[in-house]
Design a protein around this ligand. Structure first.
Ligand SMILES: CC(C)(COP(=O)(O)OP(=O)(O)OC[C@H]1O[C@@H](n2cnc3c(N)ncnc32)[C@H](O)[C@@H]1OP(=O)(O)O)[C@@H](O)C(=O)NCCC(=O)NCCS
Length: 169
């Protein structure tokens, strides 16, 4: 298996992968909207490839963290592995590769809303612990998580504002 940034020739396979992993088209629509925006980071939107087939996909893109200052920080969303290849470490390889690339780019942190039993193994923690708050009270505390990277500082706190693509505003 190799992990590499996505290219336009992968887009159709990614679309199919997201639709089959989630059983709906919302996440492939999210990916398309982010790609079309300034928040897209091609170097941090990765595929896992096995025998020339795309078997996993992960996207890290920019969101805003606001207090008196405003920071552009990363959000991990969405991520998916093709159903018949799940639970074989592909998801973990994608998360780890993305976090390493994000740290290399000197990004301070990664935020996500995800399964509280899956992401802590990579070092994600409840974001509230660091004064990072969701846009509204509708977000379950334990699912709203953050991973601090080496450039993180205590200034990185405040309220997360998602871009319109996320449909959360
Ligand atoms: C979540 C997902 C990306 C994980 O990828 P993967 O390659 O199967 O994950 P890995 O092989 O690295 O890890 C497997 C672990 O993930 C756990 N896991 C998988 N889906 C999970 C879920 N929905 N909730 C909690 N844990 C989950 C498995 O139980 C397993 O845990 P274990 O190691 O304690 O047994 C994949 O299952 C998937 O595509 N699911 C459907 C889409 C989705 O829910 N995406 C995440 C939200 S954006």
């Amino acid at each position: 298996m190799i992990v590499r940034p996505e290219t336009p020739s992968d887009f159709e396979a990614i679309d199919e992968l997201l639709t089959s992993a989630f059983g709906q088209a919302d996440e492939s629509q999210l990916v398309r909207l982010i790609r079309a925006s300034d928040n897209y980071v091609p170097d941090l939107t990765l595929v896992a490839e096995e025998n020339g087939q795309v078997v996993g996909h992960i996207m890290f893109s920019y969101i805003t963290l606001k207090n008196d200052e405003e920071f552009r920080v990363l959000s991990l969303a969405p991520m998916a592995v093709t159903p018949d290849r799940q639970k074989s470490g592909i998801g973990a390889a994608l998360v780890e590769a993305g976090l390493e690339r994000a740290d290399d780019r000197r990004e301070p942190l990664v935020n996500l809303v995800g399964h509280p039993t899956y992401y802590p193994r990579f070092g994600f923690e409840p974001a509230g612990r660091y004064g990072i708050e969701p846009p509204s009270a509708d977000f379950p505390d334990d699912a709203f998580m953050v991973q601090r990277l080496s450039q993180y500082s205590e200034r990185h706190r405040g309220r997360v504002v998602y871009p319109p693509a996320f449909g959360m505003t």
